[in-house]
Design a protein around this ligand. Structure first.
Ligand code: FAD
Length: 339
């Protein structure tokens, strides 16, 4: 196992901030992954599994352990029937290239998640989702190295604790599992209307009435191109805040002052409120705080224009959280994890 020392984390994170990691190693097989986790444990240092670094923020003091870069590849058809195909995909594969492959195969199930940066292995961690699809809808199981029991395990969908942008992998069992394959069930039937609002609008505006996985992928990529800055040109970590979940009584109270407040019924007396809307109402849209820009096309996105440290980002984040809390009494929650 090759181990490199004192590597700047910002070179591996799309936000382009943060200190150095003491050690870093690439893994290409499940055995190498297990070996790296074991070695860190034996040395009494923490380890952190990193994919594309598009949902991680590094602190200025860096990381005093081992960052394990997941490069475990693979793309295998394990079942092919008249109605569906089951695919087992290596955790180190690029997510969007994987979506592109499934779309070429004319399979339905993940096409609306086109354009999400990062790796396949990270996709269950925050139950990635976009335009009405989330990975929990198509994921059958994952294979992982369990660092607690020092064994290889298979977890079925219902063992992953999926919820909105969350799972056991970023909650109770954060850091425990190294995911090296994801098994998905995708369908041969065409994508079905009605689609997620923004997608439906795009189809109507462009008079599109025939839907294939490729039609959906192209539409999603066009919409995302307009709304989301490319991290290669303008460093960012996608949505910096999760959408906010509030209770029905809170919505009732808030709508007295804000009758137009958008909210989506989640059932069980809970509503999802777009945090971008809250940030915009709080007057933060387009603001530049400590070198961090609140994106003017999507207030959920914070762009690192000229920040030089994690401290700059943290101060900007607090200013935004405070502004929203002062206005709405809602505490908005950061989406990217911190190393
Ligand atoms: C421009 C932009 C747009 C985005 N759009 C969306 C979107 O539409 N929807 C959405 O849901 N997300 C979106 N994201 C967030 C991000 O792309 C996803 O969360 C993605 O899954 C992160 O993948 P990654 O490989 O970069 O993970 P990383 O950032 O490297 O890691 C994220 C977390 O997962 C853990 N992890 C990574 N790989 C593994 C593994 N193999 N086993 C166990 N744990 C692992 C890490 O330890 C870390 O805690 C966006 C980000 C950007 C920059």
């Amino acid at each position: 196992m090759d181990v490199h020392q004192n590597i700047p984390l910002k070179n591996y994170l799309t936000m382009k901030l943060g200190g150095v990691t003491k050690y870093m190693s690439e893994v290409h097989t499940p055995n190498e992954l297990a070996e790296a986790c074991r070695a860190a444990k034996q040395q009494g240092i923490p380890f952190f599994i990193l994919g594309g670094g598009s949902n991680v923020i590094a602190k200025d003091e860096g990381f005093s352990g081992l960052v394990i870069l997941n490069k475990i590849n693979g793309f295998e058809v394990i079942e092919d029937t008249a109605t569906h195909v089951v695919l087992k995909i290596g955790g180190g594969e690029n997510w969007d290239s994987t979506v592109a492959k499934t779309v070429e195969m004319n399979l339905t199930g993940i096409e609306a998640m086109s354009g999400i940066p990062g790796t396949v292995g990270a996709s269950p961690v925050q139950n990635i989702g976009a335009y009405g699809q989330e990975i929990a809808d198509t994921l059958l199981s994952i294979e992982a190295y369990d660092s607690t029991t020092d064994s290889f395990v298979v977890l079925q969908n219902d063992q992953c604790g999926f919820s909105y942008r969350s799972s056991i992998f970023r909650e109770a069992d954060m850091g425990r599992y190294g995911i090296y394959t994801v098994t998905l069930k995708l369908y041969k039937s065409a994508p079905q209307a009605p689609f997620y609002d923004a997608l439906q609008r795009y189809f109507e505006q462009n008079s599109i009435t025939m839907f294939t996985p490729k039609v959906v992928r192209d539409a999603v990529l066009a919409i995302r191109h307009d709304k989301l800055p490319d991290p290669k040109e303008r460093p960012n970590a996608g949505s910096f805040f999760k959408n906010s979940i509030i209770e029905d009584w809170q919505l009732g109270e808030l709508r007295e002052a804000w009758p137009d407040m958008p909210a989506y019924d989640l059932g069980d007396k809970h509503y999802k409120v777009p945090t971008g809307w809250l940030i915009e109402q709080a007057g933060m849209k387009g603001k530049l705080i400590n070198g961090i820009r609140v994106h003017d096309k999507n207030c959920l996105v914070l762009i690192n224009e000229s920040a030089s440290s994690y401290a700059d980002l943290a101060a900007a984040k607090e200013a935004i959280i405070d502004a929203v809390r002062d206005l709405f009494r809602i505490t908005i929650i950061q989406e990217p994890l911190e190393i």
